[in-house]
Write a protein of this length. Structure first.
Length: 224
């Protein structure tokens, strides 16, 4: 409830709710067959909404010097982090569901699509937590997601901008490209491996970044 009140009062953060919907409307008008439209829509939404909102909520606690107070309560580290992430998770899921409906995207496998979206929300929430922990103010949090946006959104267009260099093959294992591969999977003639590979790679990223956010949360509080 506290996060909800803070979120609703901060229009700079709450306005991010409409960006995925605006992109969905623009891409729908341009035609759902626009190459890479679905991948761009979801990847940029995760950065602008999930990652940005989480970073700002964490940074706001630090700016008001209330994050350490949370650590002193009987709540465990996971209690605090899950509590701080619940609002962002729910908002991201609802907004992305609306954007998907407006855009008119139909996944080849609804269960794989839902699993990928859930994993991606958790992943970008962890990234937002890390960005927020290294930010002292809301302005810092706003700037801190720029590197995250470059790392997690740029890979799908890197080969288009700079050419198909062998070094870019490493980018194939980034969560953004794995999500694009899953979104572009044909509705027929796909195998279980075609579904499991992107989900397993995204799941591995999610686990690693979630653990990193927990460790950094505890370490940053001790450093302070």
């Amino acid at each position: 409830m506290k996060d909800y009140k803070e979120f609703s009062r901060n229009y700079a953060i709450s306005i991010m709710l409409i960006f995925p919907i605006i992109f969905a409307i623009l891409f729908r008008n341009a035609g759902t067959s626009l190459p890479g439209a679905a991948g761009f829509l979801f990847n940029i939404s995760f950065v602008l909404l999930t990652c940005f909102a989480q970073a700002c909520l964490i940074a706001e606690e630090k700016e008001r010097n209330t994050l350490r107070s949370l650590m002193m309560t009987p709540a465990t580290t996971m209690d605090v982090l899950i509590g701080k992430s619940t609002l962002v998770f729910v908002m991201s899921a609802v907004v992305l569901a609306i954007a998907t409906f407006i855009f008119g995207y139909e996944p080849a496998s609804i269960w794989a699509f839902m699993a990928a979206i859930i994993l991606s929300i958790i992943l970008y929430t962890a990234v937002g937590t890390i960005c927020g922990l290294f930010s002292k103010t809301l302005l810092d949090a706003s700037l801190s997601i720029i590197p995250a946006a470059m790392v997690f959104t740029a890979p799908p267009v890197a080969t288009l901008l700079f050419g198909d260099f062998p070094i870019f093959k490493v980018l194939d294992y980034t969560p953004s490209i794995q999500l694009v591969n899953l979104l572009n999977m044909p509705h027929a003639d796909f195998t279980t491996g075609d579904i499991l590979t992107p989900l397993l790679i995204t799941g591995a990223w999610t686990v690693v970044l979630t653990i990193a956010s927990v460790v950094l949360y505890q370490r940053r509080l001790k450093d302070e």
